[in-house]
Design a protein around this ligand. Structure first.
Ligand code: ADP
Ligand code: ASP
Ligand code: MG
Length: 404
């Protein structure tokens, strides 16, 4: 008997028929003699709809109340999924994140898991029940309900799989696995049979929303091997695991697009030790994650700092910078504009040269201007005009021969 964690995302539980489909699949896994924990998301669109309603009432809703609101989405799905299983004659019981003892820090809307007791999940499984767990939620030591960041049901699934020492963790979604690029954007993208944690993490952090990046980070830390696969067929998916030597033969594994970035230029800063430290320290303290940093010194001897942030953080970033550099605030300190980020990722980059040249050449031939460049050991990213984003993704995908 194996213990299997299956996570079903928003589209997979999007309506009554889809919930019936999930129940049928869970029934098959259970009937094969396995213990099953099912982690579900809110129906697709529900979380966004709730956010929309909150913002219609208050543009900056209180984060505790936001968590109170958003956790409703998953709570609907756990109850409906349990009922669908009951209708198929399968004993099933739903549990919220707090009931499963998913303890987090108190940072509402982006809480980090601190420990997982599992509540009575083991007992329920041993009593022959399927346990349906609400994804995306936990509770703080103060007893408040918290959420784990957008896409956080992936993290709930990986974390409960680690805590229960599950034999198998399947992330069931609306595509057949992890592809060389978003298959909705690049029609000839290929499904990968396997990918390393590191590459998956870079893709997820660079905009491939097939997995939440924090979920991948958690899986890597606790060595949870997992499979991304379809909720709608039985095709083998993509195994995400520790790197093996043969993975390095592939130079580039995938291309990611993030259309939700902003480029910020903070100009006229003093060129002296401590300027960058102060700027990024205050942004970090405001919870703003910064990427792609470039510093240059103007002819006037002033430092200009260019960097990217998620688009929703522009106003918070501006407020933080203006408040932290009051002496410079009178000048043209802060400029922001929308940007898209295209990234190529592959562990093979460590040992193969020429990746940057191929990337830049593909963009040049397509007439795409590069505004910013950043590199890591296994990733190269470029910041470009959002208008060029989709064309650039397809050009780069083709240039690395990733298509079918
Ligand atoms: P779920 O609701 O199941 O969590 P998501 O919508 O969060 O599903 O993630 C699945 C989506 O991720 C796919 O529909 C696909 O459009 C998108 N996606 C982006 N990049 C990739 C990629 N490299 N491989 C597969 N899917 C990708
Ligand atoms: N419902 C949450 C969201 O939309 C969590 C998830 O789907 O994973 O972000
Ligand atoms: Mg998701």
């Amino acid at each position: 008997m194996a213990l299997i964690v299956q996570k079903y995302g928003g589209t997979s539980v999007g309506d009554v028929d889809r919930i019936k489909n999930v129940a049928q699949r869970v029934k098959e896994t259970y009937a094969a003699g396995n213990q099953v924990v099912v982690v579900v998301s809110a129906r697709s669109g529900v979380t966004n709809e709730l956010i929309g309603r909150a913002k219609a009432l208050n543009p900056q809703p209180d984060e505790r109340e936001m968590d109170m609101l958003l956790t409703v989405g998953e709570q609907e799905t756990i109850a409906l999924t349990a009922m669908a299983l009951h209708a198929l004659g399968i004993p099933a019981v739903s549990r919220t994140g707090p009931q499963a003892g998913i303890l987090t820090d108190p940072s509402h809307t982006r809480a980090r898991i601190t420990s997982i007791s599992g509540g009575d999940i083991k007992e329920q499984l041993d009593a022959g029940k399927v346990v349906i767990l609400a994804g995306f939620q936990g509770h703080s030591a103060e007893g408040q309900i918290t959420t784990l960041g957008r896409g956080g049901s992936d993290l709930s699934a990986i974390a409960i799989a680690a805590a229960l020492k599950a034999d198998l963790c399947q992330i069931c979604t609306d595509v057949d696995g992890v592809y060389t690029a978003d298959p909705r954007l690049v029609p000839d993208a290929k499904k990968l049979d396997e990918i390393s944690y590191e590459e998956m993490l870079e893709l997820a952090s660079s905009g491939s929303k097939v997995m939440q990046n924090r979920a991948v980070e958690f899986a890597q830390k606790f060595n949870v091997v997992f499979e991304v696969r379809s909720s709608f067929n039985n095709n083998p998916g993509t195994i995400v695991k520790e790197e093996v030597a043969s993975m390095e033969d592939v130079v580039v594994s995938g291309v990611a697009l993030d259309k939700n970035q902003a480029k910020i230029v903070v100009s006229d800063l003093p060129d002296r030790p401590g300027t960058a430290a102060k700027l990024f320290q205050v942004l970090g303290a405001a919870g703003i994650s910064v990427d792609m940093i470039v510093q240059n010194i103007g002819r006037d001897g002033k430092a200009n700092m260019t960097f990217t942030v998620p688009r929703e953080d522009i106003y918070r970033a501006e407020k933080t910078v203006v408040e932290s550099f009051p002496d410079e605030a009178a000048g043209k300190l802060f400029e922001a504009n929308d940007i898209a980020k295209v990234s190529v990722v592959g562990v093979g980059m460590r040992s193969h040269s020429g990746v940057a040249a191929t990337l830049f050449d593909a963009l040049a031939k397509g007439g795409v201007n590069i505004q910013l460049i950043s590199t890591s050991e296994i990733k190269i990213s470029v910041g470009i005009d959002p208008e060029d984003a989709e064309k650039a993704t397809r050009l780069v995908h083709a240039a690395f021969g990733l298509g079918q």
